[in-house]
Design a binder for this molecule. Structure first.
Ligand code: GRG
Length: 294
């Protein structure tokens, strides 16, 4: 089993993030500094890399998906900044560094998140105005808006908050994970497939793959919060138990949660069987997500 991570695509993402980072009209803008601090801290770039992988799988040059991939990392970073706030998870360590609100204050951190969200849309809309056919970029942008809204990440986060301290049924548990984390991961893959010129059937296959991948990602995230190390994950572990979060390992125990993750990763790979496009690096990514320690 290969555990290789597509570092070539991660490098492209990191270079493009620098190029697309918005310039502030005000040179001493603390919000701009806070945005850069969180965005350029050492993340895996998993979602934008997935966007590039999906485009590449369909035979496109992955670089065509870079603006949308970077917009997705802006949105992801926004969600991390807000998730860490005292009003939500109240974390002081993220990506191995002090969280944005600890470093810059809550007021600036809230605004840095808000600005990253807005700038994600500015980035894609600026690119679409240069295109002869803006259709795919606008379609991708709609994917991102839906994935982050009430029926996406925000909906999942609210359900997560409401479930705090409760033992919930399986449907609710999956709803939380699929929306809080899975929506943006699925949208990332769908955007790559749309920009890569995929047919309806190809986009649906990649979408199904990514849906299972997103659930696997969050189950492993919650397992790492129990058995991982602070050095490995770059944040304090044991926080889900402290915050009485509803998680797979919390509800089922670590071993059964690990079995669930194996089953969902297998479903992700199965969704690609019979696909008439390149699947090797998508399969590698599913194996990486299942085995990751950071
Ligand atoms: C951004 C629209 C929007 C709303 C904010 C706070 C919130 C609402 C949602 C929280 C979503 C969230 C942070 C879910 C957890 C997802 C998760 C597993 C994050 C860790 O992702 P990694 O491991 O982190 O990819 P790195 O640091 O590698 O990027």
């Amino acid at each position: 089993m290969s555990l290789s991570y597509p570092d070539d695509l991660k490098l492209l993402v990191n270079e493009a993030l620098r190029a697309y980072f918005p310039h502030s009209d005000e040179p001493l803008n603390t919000v701009s500094e806070a945005m850069a601090y969180s965005l350029f801290s050492p993340g895996k770039r998993f979602r934008p890399v997935l966007t590039l992988l999906a485009a590449e799988a369909l035979g496109a040059d992955p670089k065509i998906a870079l603006p949308v991939a970077c917009a997705i990392e802006f949105i992801h970073t926004y969600s991390l900044i807000h998730d860490d706030l005292p009003a939500i998870d109240n974390d002081d360590l993220r990506r191995g560094r002090a969280t944005c609100h600890v470093k810059f204050g809550e007021d600036v951190a809230i605004l840095a998140g808000d600005a990253l969200f807005a700038e994600a849309f500015v980035l894609v809309l600026t690119e679409q105005s240069k295109c002869t056919d803006p259709g795919p970029l606008l379609e991708a942008l709609k994917e991102l808006a839906v994935a982050t809204g009430i029926n996406g990440m925000v909906g999942g986060q609210v359900a997560d908050i409401m479930a705090t301290g409760l033992s919930v049924d399986r449907v609710t548990l999956e709803y939380i994970h699929n929306h809080k984390t899975g929506s943006l991961i699925t949208a990332a893959a769908r955007c790559g497939a749309i920009l890569g010129g995929g047919s309806f059937a190809q986009i649906e296959a990649i979408s199904e793959y990514a849906g299972h991948l997103g659930l696997t990602f969050q189950i492993i995230d919650d397992i790492l919060d129990v058995v991982g190390s602070t050095d490995g994950v770059g944040k304090h572990v044991g926080r889900d138990a402290d915050n009485r979060k509803t998680t797979f390992p919390g509800q089922l125990g670590v071993n059964r949660a690990q079995e669930e993750a194996q089953a969902t990763a297998a479903r992700a790979i199965e969704a690609l069987s019979g696909a008439r496009f390149r699947t090797d690096r998508l399969v590698d990514m599913a194996n990486f997500v299942l085995r990751r320690t950071s």
